[in-house]
Design a binder for this molecule. Structure first.
Ligand SMILES: [Zn+2]
Length: 216
């Protein structure tokens, strides 16, 4: 990774939350369950249970994803408790993406159900001559590889992205493995401006010329 590149942030904004694939007892088959955005809260003898309610896309049969189970109510701060009761949208979104909660519930998650948009900050939108250092900002984990994001943003094929990595035109801490890296918040990579490739060619020619000149 080189220094002095123009810095830019690409924010990946998600739309919707991932659906969960599970057997629906009413439909009698595997169905997509969508996050209703509503919590179910059960307080009993100072013990608290909280679920996030999902619904079968076809028949609305519900499935409750466990968030808190037999938790001492005292250990939950009042703000969080209120947010559960008010079906806070941000909190429901957070849990719908939360890998720990999803795996604890053995949920089969379909991340492809989430659409996303890549937004760049406008201040440094031009690819600088030397290149660009991009940092990914991503509130939620999505199941998309970094090379796909780069190809979409630069409007080139994933094969071209791969070639650029192999040729050292895209640099990252993961070297040539950009195709295997999933998009993650804070991940950084550099794209060398096309201009620099020409410059490298020119400078090597210039060096040759200089050497010849000395020899003569
Ligand atoms: Zn159903």
């Amino acid at each position: 990774m080189k220094s002095n590149f123009k810095k830019q942030t690409w924010s990946i904004n998600t739309k919707g939350t991932p659906t969960i694939i599970k057997n629906c007892s009413k439909c009698g088959k595997q169905c997509e369950f969508i996050n209703s955005g509503n919590f179910r809260v059960n307080a009993n003898h100072k013990m608290l249970d909280v679920w996030l309610i999902y619904q079968c896309k076809k028949c609305n049969t519900t499935w409750n994803m466990e968030i808190l189970s037999r938790t001492n109510a005292k250990s939950i701060d009042e703000t969080s408790y209120k947010m559960f009761l008010e079906n806070n949208k941000d909190l429901a979104e957070k849990y719908a993406f939360d890998i720990n909660t999803l795996s604890k519930n053995k949920a089969v998650v379909d991340f492809s159900s989430v659409s996303y948009q890549i937004q760049e900050d406008i201040t440094n939108s031009i690819l600088a001559e030397e290149g660009l250092e991009v940092t990914i900002q991503c509130k939620f984990q999505i199941d998309v590889r970094l090379d796909k994001i780069i190809s979409e943003k630069l409007n080139i094929s994933r094969e071209e992205v791969k070639k650029m990595c192999q040729n050292g035109l895209i640099l990252s801490d993961s070297n040539n493995n950009i195709g295997k890296v999933k998009v993650k918040d804070g991940i950084t990579f550099q794209i060398l401006g096309n201009a620099i490739a020409d410059k490298i060619d020119n400078s090597s020619q210039l060096e040759e010329y200089n050497t010849l000149a000395v020899n003569h």
